[in-house]
Ligand binder design. Structure first.
Ligand SMILES: [Fe+2]
Length: 195
């Protein structure tokens, strides 16, 4: 696949017109991270004004639209966040390192952890609209992934759950980031999920 960030976004947009956009985007990203990982890394670097190495890319938004959001993200070692939902399908394509996921189910007014998935590169995770999860990087090195969502991920009203009380609250990015900073500072870990 000849690849640059624009082509990746264009092909993801084309996938939106298929009967199962999440699966089509997952197939596209699986191809990108397995068949052409070097091309993917080049594509993500190109267009970045500082032409920084992939290790320093961090968060780079590829598209932020009503129908599709895609970004590159790097999680440092020790990263952990609080349970949250997306309200759209989500596809996470881990191409280096690992994103550890814990999935939750609603129970009464709260949530309970029900499944875990260590998504080690190269791995694509597909989540449906009602998925609730939290992620962590438990490896001693950064993880790298492309995240795609079937809607305006940065602007949709959605939910977050307090990491201690697991009480549902409307998503507030400032508060959520504060929770994450606290969790990381105290070395919080995601719960073990019984097999
Ligand atoms: Fe998420």
């Amino acid at each position: 696949m000849v690849l640059d960030a624009d082509i990746l976004v264009r092909r993801a947009r084309e996938a939106l017109a298929t009967p199962d956009p999440a699966q089509a985007v997952a197939d596209l990203l699986r191809e990108a991270i397995t068949a052409e990982p070097a091309a993917l890394r080049r594509a993500l670097r190109d267009g970045d004004p500082s032409s920084q190495p992939i290790a320093a890319l961090g968060m780079r938004v590829l598209v932020d639209s009503a129908e599709l959001t895609m970004f590159h993200t790097s999680l440092p070692p020790g990263f952990v966040n609080a349970p949250h939902d997306h309200r759209t399908w989500a596809v996470v394509a881990v191409y280096k390192g690992e994103e550890h996921n814990v999935f939750y189910a609603r129970q009464a007014a709260s949530i309970v952890p029900v499944a875990a998935l260590r998504a080690g590169a190269p791995r694509v995770v597909v989540m449906r609209d009602d998925a609730i999860h939290a992620i962590a990087n438990t490896l001693p090195r950064p993880s790298y992934a492309i995240h795609a969502y079937g809607g305006a991920h940065f602007h949709l009203a959605r939910s977050m759950w307090h990491p201690e009380t697991l009480r549902e609250e409307p998503r507030d990015d400032e508060v959520f980031r504060g929770w994450c900073r606290d969790m990381i500072a105290r070395g919080a870990q995601l719960p073990d999920v019984p097999a």
